[in-house]
Design a binder for this molecule. Structure first.
Ligand code: PXP
Length: 239
């Protein structure tokens, strides 16, 4: 069965709306783990719009499963990752010029800059994942820069309707196959919810799903533990 990484960024989004101390994403991470999450994902953005440095430090000390730090491939962020040493780092685009047409990291274009950063992180014992569109050339570039994992951007699939959705699912399936053949671990995420996750979870070869917004949205009404358990049930039911 694929693992579930729960992204708790949006708990921090609510906290930052008032600039106070609640709700605390550190508590959300602990509850997600109690409910069976296999890992916790947080995105420390350059503008600190939701997760703060304090959250990263506290989660590093309290998380019992695995911490996946999403970040831009900048000198500042690589420095933070080397201090925090999360189990994994997922490099994501934050600026428009780093994006491919659909929204993943443009590894083909930035491979020269990415390769040394990936090497530094890997030397520190951190697994490196690159968030890319389900695009053959991007995935080949991920192997060239020696990433451990790709995270396939599922946003286009999640937004597509009708026959277009089936086409996007096929692209994801092909991306999983290519990633596997190139020796890359394969994760997936972005936009997945309780309605659309099953079809992707039925594909063989996806190691981990990173899901945030839909779980936090459900948690507002039913609580964090139930929201995480509901998602785990869908992932288990799909295999
Ligand atoms: N994976 C990556 C790389 C992301 O940037 C995000 C969004 O922060 C997610 C997964 C989770 O997306 P969502 O919040 O739509 O589930």
């Amino acid at each position: 069965m694929s693992r579930l990484g729960v992204n708790v960024d949006h708990v921090a989004t609510i906290r930052q709306a008032r600039g106070g101390s609640e709700p605390d994403p550190v508590t959300a991470a602990a509850l997600a783990e109690l409910a069976g999450a296999d890992g916790i994902t947080i995105h420390l953005r350059e503008d600190r719009r939701h997760i703060q440095d304090r959250d990263v430090m506290l989660m590093r000390r309290t998380i019992q499963t695995r911490l996946n730090l999403e970040m831009a491939a900048t000198e500042e962020m690589v420095g933070i990752a080397l201090k925090v040493v999360p189990e994994s780092v997922t490099l994501v685009p934050e600026k428009r010029q780093e994006l491919t047409t659909e929204g993943g990291l443009d590894v083909v274009r930035h491979q020269q800059a990415l390769a040394p950063q990936i090497e530094l992180l890997r030397q520190a014992g951190i697994m490196v994942s690159l968030f890319v569109d389900p695009d053959v050339e991007q995935i080949k570039a991920c192997a060239r820069v020696k990433a451990d994992y790709i995270e396939i951007h599922t946003g286009a699939y999640c937004e597509a309707k009708g026959a277009r959705q089936a086409e996007e699912l096929t692209k994801i399936e092909q991306a999983v196959t290519i990633g596997g053949k190139l020796g890359l671990g394969v994760n997936a995420g972005h936009g997945l919810n309780y309605q659309n996750v099953t079809a992707v979870a039925r594909l063989k070869g996806i190691d981990e799903f990173n899901i945030g917004h839909s779980i936090i949205s459900r948690a507002v009404f039913v609580g964090m533990e139930r929201a995480v358990r509901d998602m785990l049930e869908l992932l288990r039911g799909a295999c």
